[in-house]
Write a new protein. Sequence first.
Length: 385
Amino acid sequence: MLHRMILRAAGLSSLAALVALTTPSCGPASEDPCAPGAPALLSCGVGECRAQVEACPGGEPAECVPGTPAAEEFCDGMDNDCDGNVDEDCSCAVGEEQRCYTGALSTRRIGMCRDGFQQCVTGIWTDCFHSVEPDVEVCNGLDDDCDGDVDEDCPCEDGDQKLCFGSRPEERFVAPCQEGTQVCEGGVWGKCTGDVTPAMEQCDLIDNDCDGGTDNIPACGCVGDTLGCYTGPPETMWVGPCQPGFQVCSFGKLGPCQNEVIPHPELCNGIDDDCDGTVDDEAQEGGPCETNMLGACAEGKVQCKLAEPKCIPVNVALPEICNGIDDDCDGDLDEGSFCCPDAELNGDESDVDCGGSCMNKCGTGRACLVSADCASGVCTADVCQ
């Protein structure tokens, strides 16, 4: 159960936005960070050491300096020692889950930045999945770079006003969250005032984090809400058909996880059943089948082709040889330019030595057993040369 990945059943789709992770960078690929088209921000460091600065303040290249790592992890859902892992040295109970964040503490739950989650497996915390870190600020009424300001430096006409919200769009109308206003001053938008953004959930009968659930964290117990849940591997959620479900609290206890889709063995159906990102990649092959073809091509095996099980011949048609098998799958045995009808040493035959006399020698390209069978006197790989 994802006790700490809180969401209401009516708002499950909002969690999908957490999948879009930002990729840390240590500067633009161009040698000139101020060149046209270069990134507007420089990012460096990981975890709590992650820093982000304007790439070219005043037209001059800036330097990104990461923060100083802590001596050890603090077991707080953050990467305190800046090694790319969250709470890696912290003990946990198998099956336990917690919120986590892979960016700097100053940006946690600010603007569009959001916690991810991790699970305890074999007494060790997994990676932090779906944590959302700061991105480049764009003029969209949101705090993309998680600095507490909305659309800063975006051009506007002095005196203009607009609504703004310093968090995620899906939270702006969930009480107690609400929009604020911005006024244009000096050709740029000022601070967003009057907006109420999500805070840490507390056990106070208020939906502090504006996720649609009241007091819906493990510390508060089960209080009648509907919580999100997912019992499959965390990395498979929102991959292919896999998606979380919901649990209903009744009499102080959470019920089973309903309507979730978790990984299943891959089937031949054009669907990524095991939610690994590839369709029909491990579809189980079936048993033997009849291809309705002749000779050696009659035997088949069921295989997945174009999202449907097909009977594929085990053997492909080959040139006919003298072996008592319909090698070319045309319904006839050992037909064509062959000397030996049955390839058995069973007595006199007119054209090949099969245990008796050989009156007529085999010509070039005909089947043979020994060199004496061939008019050329050379039998190689059962063919007269």
